[in-house]
Design a protein around this ligand. Structure first.
Ligand code: GRF
Length: 201
């Protein structure tokens, strides 16, 4: 079984979706470590409940490169082969990306390349799009910009506010992230330039 490292900063509902998929035998790997830059992140408790080792490091007062180098060392020390960002509110430096080349996934609450960055759901509402959604993508040196692995569209309703739209997009996130992780771990992704093709299981 390949080892996954999950990086979080907060609630950890996507982490939970990965934990639940693993429990069902549908993740294609084992979560070996959950790393957080926020000590009080509720997601850490989810990991502990599932018996997964956790690591916390405070990024404050440290250079991005030094902090990321330590993160890479911790993950590699746990034998991590695939890194999953799940609400990790830190930009990764090239130091981190080089530590796991082509082996970092992120989940984002919009149909990228629309609305990268923070508050993607609010951005979608303010722009007035009729469809938004969730994206799983490979991580490169640029924010929310790497090749797209999976997406699910979510309709924006006339009655939506940020909270209701975020809740429906989150359900889509939880549906698409575990199968994308599994496809990657099972070697079912192939890539030509930016285009990633996922072979069916
Ligand atoms: C999710 O909307 C994810 O797409 C974004 O941050 C949020 C994290 O939520 N990157 P959770 O911590 O997984 O519940």
């Amino acid at each position: 079984m390949k080892t996954i490292g999950v990086l979080i900063s907060g609630r950890g509902s996507n982490l939970q979706a990965l934990i639940d998929a693993q429990a069902r035998g549908e993740l294609g790997g084992t979560i070996g470590i959950v790393f957080s830059n926020v000590e009080s992140a509720p997601g850490l408790e989810r990991a502990r409940r599932a018996g997964i080792p956790v690591a916390f490091r405070d990024h404050r007062g440290r250079s991005r490169e030094a902090f990321d180098a330590e993160g890479v060392a911790i993950l590699q020390g746990h034998g991590v082969e695939l890194v999953c960002l799940a609400g990790y509110l830190r930009l990764l430096s090239p130091v981190f990306v080089r530590g796991f080349p082509g082996r970092i996934l992120n989940i984002h609450p919009s149909l990228l390349p629309a609305f990268p960055g923070l508050h993607a759901q609010r951005q979608a509402l303010e722009h007035g799009v009729k469809v938004s959604g969730a994206t799983v993508h490979l991580v490169d040196d640029h924010l929310d910009a790497g090749p797209i692995v999976a997406q699910e569209a979510v309709r924006v309703l006339a009655t939506d506010d940020e909270e209701s739209l975020s809740a429906r997009i989150l359900e889509a996130e939880h549906r698409i992230y575990p199968p994308a992780v599994r496809a990657m771990l099972e070697g079912r992704l192939s890539q030509a330039a930016r285009r990633v093709v996922v072979e069916e299981a």
